[in-house]
Ligand binder design. Structure first.
Ligand code: ATP
Length: 319
């Protein structure tokens, strides 16, 4: 019998986490289950930073970016002793199960708790879309919108000054933010973990486009693939464009979630509580072909990244 559940956010924040917390809280309360908000991820779980939640606790949060529960990293949560401290703290407080919202590290923590008798359900809360088994993660759509808005603005000024803007976007070794924004903004060049980085080829392509009469160019680069500042300098030296680097950085993580992220987070939050009511644990919620479903966390973290070949082919055709 499920009497009381906890909800926490962990890892990097993402827009839509609050909508997920809200959906978890209200779905649980509607089913007669008490809810406790756990502050600061697994750190707060171990330290007992628990707050009883009512319907009002999550009022007016659906449009807010970030996470009202705060987030923190606690690498020691991998250690049996620290984990057991957390398990005991939950038991002392009568918490039977937990919904966690975060990235793959957060998923591993949820699995460990489940193996120690606390059923956990994980929701994909990250802008990077780097979780397998789900088409989209909570926050991806909002971050994509932010990137598109910024790159559209950069294009205006690049156009006026015969520039090549080299723009670094986030993604944590996943190229989805780059390929989706590259297509959305009509970028000229894309550099992602999937394309790899071939400096000569990039410069040749820019020179070719220049010879074709292109007045300016946008190069979208996934973080951790190459140094955008160095690339912009090379562009200035090797082509007729003035290269300028822009690192969008944490601006991509903030802001009010888009309606798509609010709806996704709400659907996923409700599903998490349904799974707990069914007595399930060690599962993560996914969206596939617009259907909310779930899979085991073990399976999810063992999957290898699926390729976006069709998107890359499309990008190449449209340049
Ligand atoms: P992001 O995508 O933003 O990095 P994340 O959830 O992957 O999010 P991590 O810092 O990797 O972020 O993990 C968040 C927290 O999950 C860690 O600080 C730690 O408390 C817990 N965690 C990570 N890996 C494990 C593990 N193997 N076992 C138990 N807990 C873990």
């Amino acid at each position: 019998m499920l009497r009381k559940i906890g909800v926490l956010t962990s890892g990097g924040d993402s827009p839509g986490m609050n909508a997920a917390i809200r959906a978890v809280t209200r779905t649980a309360l509607a089913n007669g289950i008490e809810v406790v908000g756990i502050r600061d991820g697994y750190k707060g779980l171990v330290e007992g930073l628990y707050e009883p939640f009512t319907r009002r606790s999550v009022a007016e949060t659906i449009s807010m970016g970030g996470t009202i529960l705060g987030s923190a990293r606690l690498p020691e949560f991998k250690e049996e002793e620290v984990l057991m401290k957390g398990v005991n703290k939950l038991k002392e407080n009568g918490i039977d199960a937990v919904v966690v919202i975060g990235g793959d590290g957060t998923y591993r923590g949820a699995n460990a708790l489940t193996q120690h008798g606390i059923n956990c359900i994980a929701l994909p809360g990250t802008i990077d879309n780097d979780i397998e088994g789900t088409d989209f993660t909570i926050g991806f759509d909002t971050a994509l919108n932010t990137i598109v808005e910024c790159v559209d603005k950069l294009r205006d000024t690049s156009n006026s000054h015969h520039r090549c803007s080299v723009v670094e976007v986030m993604g944590n070794r996943c190229g989805d933010l780059a390929i989706y924004s590259g297509i959305s903004c009509g970028a000229e060049v894309l550099i992602t973990p999937e394309t790899g980085y071939d400096e000569e080829a990039v410069l040749e392509k820019l020179k070719y486009l220049e010879n074709q009469g292109t007045s300016h160019a946008i190069v979208i680069v996934s973080e951790k693939v190459c140094d955008v500042q160095a690339l912009a300098e090379k562009v200035s030296k090797a082509t007729g464009f003035a290269g300028r680097a822009t690192i969008l950085g944490h601006i991509q993580r903030g802001g009010s979630p888009t309606p798509n992220d609010r709806v996704l987070a709400s659907r996923m939050g409700a599903k998490a509580v349904e799974l707990l009511i069914e007595g399930k644990g060690g599962e993560c919620v996914c969206i596939r072909n617009n259907e909310i479903t779930s899979m085991s966390i073990d399976e999810c973290i063992s999957l290898t990244r699926s390729s976006r070949k069709e998107f890359y082919r499309l990008f190449d055709r449209l340049v």
